[in-house]
Design a protein around this ligand. Structure first.
Ligand code: 2P0
Length: 333
C-alpha cells in the first residue's frame, strides 16, 4: 500500500502540540529554477527524480492570511480579494492542503492569498502560494516545526513550493525514501548582491498543458528523458561551484543549458510538448546575439513561453536598453 499525503503529514505532525491563534499571515517568494525539477518518482507525494536548485525573488511572491472561522461548515478561499468558487481546482487544492492539518486541529478556515506577481507574468504562483499557505497554517496553529518539515509539507501542495520556503539560493534534495521524509529544500549560505534576474513577459496566453501533466507525459513517453537525471546531477554540481565563486559565466551557461535540455525532453515527448512561442525564440536569439557581442547574459525558461534573463549588475544598463520592457529583480537586494 502506498503512502498518502495525509499519512506523511500525520508523521510530521505526530509530536506537535497545537496552540491555535485566531489569525496568521505569512509571505513566501516566487523562485526560478537554475537546475529544473522535471519528473517525479512519486506523483502523489511530489517526490522528484532529480535534485533542483533555485533562486528566490525576494519581495515578489504570495502573502497568505488564514483566519479560523469557528462554527463554519466549509473553508472560504479568496484570491487577490475575490472569492474563489468552490468548484474550481484551486479551491479544492487549498482545502486538500488544509485537510493535512485537520486531524490535529478541527474546524474551518478562511484563506486570503494575494499574489504580488501579476497573473501572466511568467512567474509561477503555485510555488509561492503553497509555501505561504503552509507557513500560514503552521503559524495559525503555532506548530513548532523545522524549516525542513515545512518544506516537506509545502512540497506536497506543489513540488516547487518546497524551495519557496526560503530566500536566496535553495537546493531541493530529492531524497530516496518512499515516504519522502528526506525530500526537502535547504538554503545555500551564499549571497550574491550583484546577481540580477530580468523577467520578460512575452505573452500571457494561458498554456494548454500544465506543468504537472507535461512532466508526466515527458517521463512516460520521451526516451530522451533517460539522460535528464545525469544532466541535472552534473548541473547542480556546476551551479553550486559557480555560486560559491560568483562566476556568472559558469552559472549562466549551466542554467541555460539545463533549461534547453529540459525543453528538449518535452519536445521529444509524445504528443510533443512545446511551451515556446515565436516571441520566445526571438528573445533567445537576441540573448545569443548580445552574448556574441560580449555581454554576459543568459536565459532560462520554465513550463511556459516567457524568458527569464540572468546577468550581473554591471550588465544592467545595457540589458535595460536591449529589453525595454524587462522587469529587473534583485534577489539579494
Ligand atoms: C521548476 N517547474 O523547477 C520546474 C521547471 C516547471 C519547469 O517546478 O506538480 O508546479 O505541483 O509538483 O511545482 C513546476 O512544477 O509541479 C516546476 P507540481 P510544479 O521550477
Amino acid at each position: 500500500m502506498s503512502l498518502t499525503r495525509s499519512d506523511v503529514a500525520a508523521k510530521i505532525l505526530a509530536d506537535c502540540v497545537a496552540e491555535p491563534v485566531d489569525t496568521f499571515e505569512a509571505f513566501a517568494p516566487v523562485n526560478i529554477a537554475l537546475c529544473k525539477y522535471w519528473g517525479k518518482r512519486n506523483a502523489l507525494l511530489n517526490l522528484p527524480v532529480n535534485d533542483s536548485l533555485s533562486v528566490s525573488l525576494a519581495k515578489k511572491g504570495s502573502t497568505t492570511r488564514v483566519h479560523r472561522i469557528p462554527g463554519a461548515q466549509e473553508d472560504e478561499v479568496f484570491l487577490n480579494g475575490q472569492p474563489v468558487d468552490k468548484d474550481t481546482g484551486f479551491y479544492k487544492k487549498v482545502v486538500a492542503h488544509i485537510d493535512l492539518f485537520r486531524p490535529l486541529v478541527a474546524g474551518c478556515l478562511r484563506v486570503d492569498t494575494v499574489n504580488g506577481v501579476a497573473t501572466g507574468a511568467g512567474l509561477a504562483s503555485s510555488a509561492s502560494g503553497f509555501a505561504a499557505l503552509t507557513r500560514a497554517l503552521v503559524g495559525v496553529y503555532s506548530l513548532n516545526l523545522s524549516n525542513e518539515q515545512v518544506s516537506i509539507l509545502a512540497r506536497m501542495g506543489s513540488g516547487s513550493a518546497s524551495r519557496s520556503v526560503y530566500e536566496g539560493f535553495v537546493r531541493w534534495h530529492k531524497g530516496v525514501r518512499a515516504d519522502g521524509m528526506d525530500s526537502f529544500a535547504r538554503p545555500l549560505p551564499e549571497i550574491w548582491p550583484d546577481f540580477r534576474i530580468g523577467v520578460l513577459t512575452l505573452t500571457s496566453d494561458a498554456k494548454k498543458t500544465g506543468s504537472r501533466e507535461g512532466m508526466q507525459r515527458t517521463v512516460d513517453s520521451a526516451i530522451l528523458y533517460n539522460s535528464w537525471p545525469e544532466q541535472a546531477e552534473r548541473d547542480i554540481a556546476r551551479l553550486e561551484h559557480a555560486i560559491a565563486v560568483r562566476d556568472i559565466t559558469l552559472l549562466g551557461s549551466t542554467a541555460e543549458q539545463n533549461a534547453m535540455a529540459m525543453h528538449a525532453t518535452m519536445l521529444a515527448s509524445w504528443p510533443p510538448l512545446l511551451y515556446w512561442q515565436a516571441e520566445s525564440v526571438t528573445a533567445l536569439q537576441k540573448v545569443w546575439q548580445l552574448r556574441d557581442d560580449g555581454l554576459q547574459v543568459y536565459a532560462t525558461m520554465d513550463a511556459g513561453p516567457n524568458v527569464k534573463l540572468l546577468f550581473e549588475a554591471s550588465a544592467e544598463s545595457d540589458m535595460r536598453s536591449a529589453f525595454t520592457d524587462m522587469d529587473v529583480i534583485v534577489p539579494f537586494g
